[in-house]
Design a protein around this ligand. Structure first.
Ligand code: IVH
Length: 690
């Protein structure tokens, strides 16, 4: 009996943890275009949660990541409402799971409509790896378009979409004289083909900017550019694959849809096929896999859709995905190659990472010559030796993984690897943290640490200094111009010397100096993030900025005050205290301020931690009838409160809507006040905590 209870609480804990992680990954992927994990890892987490929820229906709730698509939109663009909402697709791995999909659909039809269907007809299309959008055509004119966002509401990116050559500004009549419909919304994927992606990254690297990790990130990032001129300069393509809404015309099937759209001038999925059974679809799948290495664009699977729109209507949707379609994923791209050596890279925080130098091999159209081995424990676990033949895998990211060693091919001379005891850059003895697998160089003046810190300081999430990428940082460090961030802001005085450096033309120097000047007044959270304090990511930097309002106030803070902050645990607090307690890093900050860097403090009372809800940490759970989660969060923040994702001792109030999840149970256990929606409404209306 007791083990039963224990099992349940463990499952609850795991489900809550998975939900939190997936929410975070959704936000990183959809809202920030900056994913933290590979697609494969994301899918693994999602599947684990789906499995838990299907085995324990009490875990199901409408706010679970299994029931939602994407993340809430950012505010820089206007809203774009999707009607009907844009759904995602369920994934299948292996033929068995595709067959189960067909059986589920069959059962649903039999139970709901008493309809027995034996032979479904399918359309298969490549699953393009880009960014989903909706386009609206009114009276034949391209009127507007938006990103997917959270599925119901995305961002209005009309101006950026107008720059894509494939999107017609005006639809034409078909050859047979069929006019386009009065009103038409369609969905599709915006993507970069491999050629366009390669060229774009080449240009970026030349300009000293960080290359995009993969075509998908490049497409998503480009679409959400605030400056349409930048979008226009990049070779985006689009393929339409689904109908949103149509007025004044009727499509009978997906094949009818895919045949008709090009007649009006709209590009559709390339290489689609009609299949009379799943067996036929499996044959197409094999063909797609064969063509994958020579395909001009990235595909990560094949989408299978029931052809008949009548059937699609009858089957309908779950809250997340259609019952009439499934994405049959491709296996990750793997290849064999030889580990010719193992080198060590020193990162910004001094971590030494072993990296396998590989005999170059093409994996899915991209040449791979390096693969990360993460740390010594991983090297030992996989028993990777120099000279070994290994399986490497690229799962959508630039840095591939070593999956396993091919033991049968091991040569007698294969050498074991041990991470050096000294930093390969500055020769300081390395140290190993007790709790972590990482070995690090403890020398803050280590050349590698300095370079990487400068790169981080200038990176997009931090001070976003255009033109200050890897190459230029190296150049400035090598030539002795820069040793710490503050030196960057003194470059103005050394313009004459700078233009004499080889390959550093006058225009480039002036652009850099202008970018640096602008970067002096970046918002405080970016500045805090840019300092590269261990464990302080972009989100925490925002929290700290809002709470302390200035870098000076943050630098004076004590451990107890820090620990009271919801997002700060003991390890994080220690890291912040250590940073500001260290004479060297204090000097880095002081020198920046002396050099005229004046980050902009959060302006509104909410951000500065004032207002009737100031200092209160809220957690939302369940569905609120009156407002979306985003709106509830904004309302709390407007009154000075903050909203966290998980319930802990630091939570002050939990607001529970319909079908609350495990957060409610946890709040009750910790004796945290729980408000229903009425209490919440009253508190917002009266602007006080009841
Ligand atoms: S159909 C309701 N077809 O994959 C049907 N999606 O993992 C919605 N995708 O959100 C999608 N190629 O961004 C469909 N031929 C294709 C696709 C495709 C790529 C993307 C799309 C979707 C995601 C789901």
């Amino acid at each position: 009996m007791s083990s039963q209870i224990e099992l349940t609480s463990e499952i609850l804990k795991r489900a809550a943890e998975l939900a939190d992680r997936l929410h975070l990954h959704n936000y990183r992927y959809y809202a920030l275009d900056d994913p933290l994990v590979s697609d494969a890892e994301y899918d693994r987490l999602m599947r684990e949660l789906q499995k838990l929820e299907s085995g324990h229906p009490s875990l199901q709730n409408p706010n679970s990541p299994t029931q939602r698509v994407g993340a809430d939109p950012l505010e820089a663009f206007g809203e774009f409402i999707h009607d009907p909402p844009m759904r995602s697709l369920e994934n299948a791995v292996g033929e068995e799971e595709v067959r189960e999909f067909e059986e589920r659909a069959s059962r649903y039809l039999a139970q709901t409509y008493d309809r027995e269907i034996k032979n479904f007809e399918y359309i298969v299309e490549p699953k393009l790896d880009g960014s989903a959008v909706e386009l609206v055509f009114k009276d034949g004119n391209f009127e507007s378009g938006g990103t997917r966002g959270n599925g119901s509401q995305g961002e209005d990116i009309t101006k950026n979409l107008q720059t894509i050559k494939d999107i017609p500004h005006r639809l034409k009549r078909s050859k047979d004289g069929l006019p386009p419909p009065r009103y038409l919304t369609v969905r599709g994927e915006v993507f970069l083909d491999l050629d366009g992606f390669g060229k774009l990254n080449h240009v970026r690297e030349e300009a000293g900017e960080a290359p995009f990790a993969n075509p998908r990130n490049a497409a998503a990032g480009t679409l959400r550019q605030l400056n349409p001129k930048i979008t226009a300069s990049r070779p985006l393509k689009i393929c339409i694959y689904a109908l949103g809404r149509v007025d004044g015309f009727e499509f009978k099937s997906q094949s009818h849809f895919l045949e008709t759209l090009p007649e009006w001038g709209i590009p559709v999925s390339p290489d689609w096929h009609k299949c009379r059974s799943l067996e036929e679809a499996f044959e197409r799948y094999a063909n797609f896999i064969d063509g994958r290495d020579t395909s001009p664009f990235e595909m990560d699977g094949m989408v299978i859709k029931m052809d008949s729109f009548e059937l699609q209507r009858d089957l309908g949707y779950t809250s997340r995905a259609p019952r009439w379609s499934i994405a049959y994923k491709f296996p990750p791209k793997q290849e064999h190659t030889v580990v010719e050596g193992i080198i060590v890279q020193v990162g910004r925080t001094g971590v030494l990472t072993p990296v396998a130098v590989l005999r170059p091999v093409r994996v899915g159209g991209v040449e791979v010559a390096r693969a990360t081995l993460h740390n010594q424990d991983e090297v030992n676990k996989k028993d990777v030796r120099i000279g070994d033949t290994v399986v490497i895998q690229r799962a959508g990211d630039v840095i591939p993984d070593v999956v396993a060693v091919v033991q049968d091919l091991r040569q007698p001379g294969a050498r074991k690897y041990k991470i050096p005891r000294k930093c390969p850059v500055c020769a300081t003895p390395s140290v190993r943290d007790e709790e972590e697998a990482a070995v690090r160089c403890p020398n803050p003046a280590c050349g590698a640490v300095v370079r990487e810190s400068l790169r981080h300081f200038a990176s997009r999430g931090a001070l976003d200094i255009e033109g200050l990428g890897e190459k230029i940082v190296n150049l400035l460090v090598d030539e002795g111009f820069v040793g710490e961030p503050a030196d960057l802001f003194k470059l103005q005085e050394r313009r004459d010397e700078l233009i004499k450096i080889k390959g550093f033309k006058e225009k480039k120097v002036d652009n850099l100096l202008a970018a640096l000047d602008e970067a002096r007044r970046r918002p405080l959270p970016r500045f805090i993030f840019g300092l590269g304090i261990r464990h302080v990511g972009e989100h925490l930097a925002e929290v700290l900025a809002a709470r302390f309002g200035s870098i000076e106030a943050l630098a004076r803070i004590d451990r107890e005050t820090l620990i009271e902050i919801h997002e700060v645990g003991p390890r994080v607090a220690e890291s912040i205290i250590n940073y500001f307690g260290d004479e060297r890093s204090r000097r880095v900050v002081d020198n920046l301020i002396d050099a005229g860097v004046a980050p902009e403090a959060p302006a509104s009372p909410a951000e500065a931690g004032e207002g009737p809800f100031a200092g209160k940490m809220f957690v939302l759970t369940g569905t609120l009838a009156g407002r979306t989660r985003g709106a509830a969060k904004a309302a709390i923040e407007d009154l000075g409160g903050r909203v966290g994702g998980t319930v802990s001792k630091k939570t002050d109030i939990v607001v529970a809507g319909e079908s609350p999840g495990s957060k409610l149970t946890k709040a009750e256990k910790l004796d945290i006040p729980v408000w229903d929606e009425d209490t919440f409404d009253r508190a917002l209306l009266n602007k006080l905590i009841p």
